[in-house]
Design a protein around this ligand. Sequence first.
Ligand code: MG
Length: 260
Amino acid sequence: MIIIKTDEEIKKLREGGKRLATILYKVKEKVAPGVSTKDLDDYAFKLIKEMGDTPAFLNYRPEGASFPFPASLCVSVNDEVVHGIPSKDKVLQEGDVVSIDLGLKHEGLFTDMALTVPVGNVNPGALKLLEVTQKALEVGISAAQAGNTVGDIGYAIENFVRSQKSNQQYGIVEVLSGHGVGRAIHEDPYIPNFGKKGKGVKLVKGMVIALEPMLNNGTKNVTLDDDGYTFRTADGKKSAHFEHTILITDGEPEVLTKFR
Ligand code: MG
């Protein structure tokens, strides 16, 4: 069921999104060689608590998972695509790329955001992957207009990625997608990062959705680790992930998780 948010809910989502962006940018600044992925999670948790809010992913149990997610922040390094579990034994190295994905519950309402960050000096190909993925998110957001469909968003992202003139291959991860968000961390509709113009659910004013293209520096194929959470590229190449929570309006979509 697709939930149209009330004005009161939108106000809270706007404030939650602002807080989430503030926190995630602070965590981003902490990314450096020698920092463990658990350090990043601890810091995110501390910042959320200081604001009086709740981490959305901590103890979240997706369907089929054998244990609840044990952290606030998903931290996915290099070939890990999404949902990496933070660990004190996993220490960032110069040249890595690290995706940080955080969900925040503020006054009962959820927002969701992710960034991929270079660790120290990173090779140009990896930087380009991050740039193309971030641009793919922006292109998807531009297509998220009332009257358009979920397929229009997927088409816009796919078309942009395919148009990249590069000697690198970009695989769009297909088994994971964007989603509605707000009263829960995952709501209908699901929003693939590929699609056909005019197909799927129609976007209407008051819908709140999280768009999150995941691009691999190789094929689209991914595998799931034994932990039941960590998705990684099947070919071992790097992956990137950018995500915003946005509000569908009469005009341009409003990015609720914009850093302000
Ligand atoms: Mg999400």
